[in-house]
Design a protein around this ligand. Structure first.
Ligand SMILES: Cc1cc2nc3c(=O)[nH]c(=O)nc-3n(C[C@H](O)[C@H](O)[C@H](O)COP(=O)(O)OP(=O)(O)OC[C@H]3O[C@@H](n4cnc5c(N)ncnc54)[C@H](O)[C@@H]3O)c2cc1C
Length: 159
């Protein structure tokens, strides 16, 4: 429709943001699985590093946060499918959370690999680099906050 082009172009970004969030989730899931495998193989002080509670707590938080981001992405995808009035806010919230959590999980997976995590021989180094850009692509995460704040002024906050 004439005069509606900008609005239509902008609405296409909601799906793109959900896509980027989903890509972050996938990469972070891979990093988490690799970290879980590595901590059971690597031994220090005569035991697998998986036996240290600090390692277990880290892995527990990584999965918990990843799962929260996954559920938020599912809501955003469902809102987009059904044309929910707050679909733009849900997509921005999900992109912001999933890409921040995705990067953080990959970065912690690298940390759990110690010095090997920094080497290219191990896949986690690449995952950290790949996931970092998701905080910038399809609108930076600062711009996601601008969108969320704008939508809050239109609809109030979600209950
Ligand atoms: C690998 C890669 C692939 C890309 N592929 C594509 C593509 O296929 N198609 C495409 O269109 N674009 C693509 N881009 C561009 C990408 O979408 C932009 O880099 C991104 O939207 C940020 O814009 P910018 O780089 O101009 O940053 P700027 O807008 O210059 O932002 C610089 C900093 O200022 C902050 N900032 C800017 N405005 C505000 C504000 N109002 N409030 C608070 N903070 C603000 C930003 O958050 C950021 O931290 C790609 C970028 C990369 C790195």
């Amino acid at each position: 429709m004439e005069g509606e082009g900008f609005k239509i172009a902008m609405s296409g970004l909601d799906g793109g943001r959900i896509n980027i969030g989903a890509a972050s989730l996938g990469g972070a899931q891979e990093a988490l699985e690799r970290a879980l495998g590595y901590v059971n193989e690597r031994e220090q002080f005569g035991q697998p590093i998986a036996s240290f509670q600090a390692t277990q707590f880290k892995l527990a938080d990584m999965e918990t946060e990843l799962d929260a981001a996954r559920l938020m992405l599912y809501r955003a995808a469902s809102a987009l499918d059904t044309g929910h009035p707050q679909k733009t806010k849900y997509a921005a919230m999900a992109k912001r959370l999933a890409t921040d959590v995705g990067f953080s999980v990959a970065n912690q997976a690298l940390q759990l690999h110690g010095g090997y995590g920094y080497l290219r021989d191990y896949e986690v180094e690449r995952l950290v680099r790949d996931l970092r850009v998701h905080q910038i692509l399809e609108g930076t995460n600062e711009i996601m906050r601008v969108i969320i704040a704008r939508e809050q002024s239109r609809f109030g906050v979600s209950a």
